[in-house]
Write a protein that binds this ligand. Structure first.
Ligand code: SF4
Ligand code: SF4
Length: 717
């Protein structure tokens, strides 16, 4: 990837007494090194990509420390990596986006949790939940429950987050349970500072390797009959050991408060929002001093029943603030109170919304309900008025607009090589008829939004072809499965291609070969163009990724007989190839490889290169596209076929015409799609291609002046 994390890598080197300033996710990364982690792995995905990206770029320093860093093929391989901690006193950490990544890793997690670990094992999951999330809304907590893993949810303050990471390894070792640490989007990006400790070089490391493997120990495998014993160990020894550690080290935080009649038990990650909501009610200040007693759960599984019962003792009511459904923590607490014979009333989801992100407004409404029932001396009217005013204001804005504010879905980047494929697919379907499209995870999923609205289902990352296996035999017309090269390597090769070939499925697979896992931050994959190639040809737009033929040779080796490679920007050729795949007599798997380097990554490389050319006074030519407003008919067929944000609308300069005309604004990177679409779809001839010449040669300047003078004369005439 072209993004540089030089500053972040430097921050990892900070020593004892120095102050770290920055984002939560980087603080966690530093905490791993302070904890003596020996190996780190993971699979990229928001909001935790940063952890692995920085670790990968810090490779020389990691080597110095003896820490092994593995950019894993998928989350399953990352989880399996933690197997190193089953036998050896090695501390390991892996990371991925959850819930999707945890689903992929589930098999290895079960098999890890059953024998347990001797070295601390930590999984940093990006809990992609709530506003801004990009995956299914489910909770990782379920995995901690079913596999008996620790679940940490640190209060989002950098010092506390670092403290919890350091304890996580020790807690994991004390209980033999792997630990999961969930970080919501806001926790990853919260900024702050903490005073560092020195990094700890692991005792066993790539610098100090082990001479012999561990002796054979059947109890550390994960198949029956030993697994029956493991199950008993989980409830009989490991969870009680974890509870003892949680209490001894005061991992959960108690804030006494002054109104001791009622109390709040909150997931650590929701603490900041809770304080803001309490401020609205006049029950907290900006520094977190709350009038209501708080039990902040930095560890949400296992719950310590004695701790909860002690907190509830003497209180009329306690409310559990737990985001998402179902209410796992609330049920745990309810059971603990009930078993202890406590009479304290327990509230939670009865006063708070069951699903969705807990925003300040939502929490404030729930708290107001709690106070009205159990603390009537608190005047909740200002808060109720504030909430009602917010609702009224939104309604007023909607009324003024005449309708709800239209959603603005995300779209492909300007010049994205995947956009032309969907333009070609639209055109191909005009001839062959509509086809069922099995979509996938990746940038190409942006085609599910307008103007393409393409895709019938998404079953998982790299799962499109596998998901077509049931529907394809039921369709008269062939089904199209689309996946990216990231998805292909993550899962698609085995779950999709191998299965399709084995079963002799008659299907069409389109692989977007853009060279990176672009949607997660353009991380490298095995088919990424190599650095030498990039350095040799920094400006190559359409044929840089084709130099790496790993995907093609893998498919060939597996026995794919029908395979075509088409540059994505060649819309007419792509349309023809799609039509051929849909109609050919060949009945096996047909693969189209759509080549075109990720434009975001290309621009990151090309821009500094162009700047350096300009600085050296070299001639630089940039291509731009435009629309002749006098020719544009205003039917906007080009926009419906493109969706490029720089191909937009402006007022029609012709006073006799009402429809706005198409126009290309400044951001156009000259990808050529406008021209290709105009040609492939036989659009109106209003598009033109211009060349912007910088540091032009003397004869070009003279020619330009001459042309300009002639044009001015003609215009005047
Ligand atoms: S990141 Fe790359 S592949 Fe993804 S939308 Fe942008 S240009 Fe396209
Ligand atoms: S050529 Fe067209 S599609 Fe490509 S960046 Fe410019 S306006 Fe967008």
């Amino acid at each position: 990837m072209e993004v540089s994390f030089t500053k972040e890598v430097e921050a990892l080197r900070l020593g004892a007494g120095e102050t770290f300033h920055g984002e939560g996710i980087l603080a966690i990364t530093k905490a791993l090194l302070q904890s003596g982690v020996a190996y780190v792995g993971g699979y990229q995905g928001a909001p935790v990509s940063h952890l692995l990206d920085v670790m990968v770029q810090a490779e020389p320093y990691m080597k110095e420390l003896g820490v092994h860093v593995e950019a894993c093929a998928n989350e399953a391989s990352a989880a399996a990596m933690l197997g190193a901690s089953i036998h050896y006193p090695l501390r390991g950490a892996v990371t991925w986006k959850s819930i999707v990544g945890t689903n992929v890793a589930a098999d290895a997690l079960s098999n890890l949790s059953s024998p347990g670990v001797v070295g601390g094992a930590l999984i940093v999951v990006g809990e992609d939940y709530g506003e801004g999330a990009s995956v299914i809304q489910e909770r990782t907590h379920a995995y901690a429950l079913k596999s008996s893993m620790l679940m940490l949810d640190p209060r989002p303050e950098l010092g506390n987050m670092v403290r919890i990471v350091e304890h996580a390894f020790r807690l994991s070792e004390a209980s033999n349970m792997p630990a999961m640490l969930e970080l919501r989007i806001r926790a990853c990006h919260v900024r702050g500072s903490f005073v560092c400790k020195d990094n700890v070089a692991p005792r066993i490391s790539t610098q100090h390797t082990m001479a012999e493997p561990a002796p054979f120990d059947y109890a550390r495998l994960a198949h029956p009959p030993v697994t029956f014993g493991h199950e008993k160990l989980k409830s009989g020894e490991r969870i009680p050991a974890a509870r003892r550690y949680i209490v001894a080290e005061a991992l959960n935080e108690h804030h006494a408060g002054t109104r001791t009649d009622i109390g709040l038990i909150v997931q650590g990650g929701l603490y900041n929002t809770l304080i803001r909501a309490l401020q609205q009610l006049g029950l907290a200040d900006a520094f977190g001093a709350s009038e209501l007693p708080l039990l902040v759960l930095n560890v949400t599984y296992p719950i310590v029943p004695d701790e909860v019962v002690a907190f509830a003792a003497g209180k009329r009511a306690v409310m559990v603030i737990e985001e998402g459904q179902p209410e796992y923590i609330e049920r745990d607490i309810l059971a603990a109170l009930h078993r202890a014979g406590a009479t304290t009333a327990l509230h939670g989801k009865d006063l708070l919304q069951m699903a969705g992100e807990y925003t300040v407004e939502l929490m404030a409404a729930g708290l107001a309900s709690l106070l009205e029932r159990h603390q009537p001396d608190v005047d909740t009217r200002p808060t109720r008025d504030w909430l009602a005013a917010n609702v009224a204001r939104r309604a007023e804005v909607a009324a003024q607009l005449g309708r709800a504010v239209p959603a603005r879905p995300p779209g492909f980047c300007i010049g994205c090589p995947e956009r032309p494929v969907f333009a070609a697919l639209k055109l191909a379907q005009q001839d062959v008829g509509p086809v069922h499209v099995a979509a996938d995870i990746g940038c190409h999923a942006l085609a599910t939004f307008e103007p393409f609205s393409s895709g019938h289902s998404i079953l998982g990352y790299g799962m499109s072809l596998a998901s077509s296996a049931g529907v394809a035999p039921m369709m008269k017309r062939r089904v199209l499965s689309i996946m990216g090269d990231g998805g292909f390597w993550h899962n698609g090769l085995l779950t999709g291609v191998q299965s399709s070939l084995f079963n002799g499925d008659d299907s069409v697979l389109l692989i977007m070969k853009n060279g990176y896992t672009s949607a997660t931050g353009t991380q490298d994959i095995i088919s990424t163009p190599d650095e030498e190639e990039k350095a040799r040809a920094p400006d190559r737009q359409q044929s840089l990724v084709d130099r790496n033929t790993t995907i093609e040779s893998t498919l060939k080796g597996l026995g794919v007989q029908w395979m075509r490679t088409v540059h994505t920007y060649r819309v007419a050729e792509m349309k023809k190839t799609l039509q051929e795949a849909f109609t050919t007599d060949f009945a096996g798997l047909k693969v189209i490889i759509a080549e075109g380097e990720c434009q975001l990554e290309r621009q990151r490389r090309v821009r500094p290169w162009i700047a350096s050319l300009l600085k050296r006074g070299k001639r630089v030519v940039r291509v731009k596209y435009g629309v002749d407003e006098d020719v544009c008919t205003g039917d906007h067929a080009c926009i419906r076929l493109s969706g490029c944000p720089t191909l937009t609308l402006k007022d029609n300069p012709d006073p006799l015409k009402l429809d706005p005309v198409a126009t290309v604004i400044d951001g156009c990177v000259g990808c050529g799609l406008c021209g290709e679409n105009a040609h492939a779809a036989t659009l109106c001839p209003s598009f033109y291609r211009g060349e912007v010449v910088q540091n032009a040669r003397w004869h070009e300047r003279v020619l330009a002046s001459l042309r300009s003078a002639i044009v001015q004369r003609l215009q005047a005439a």
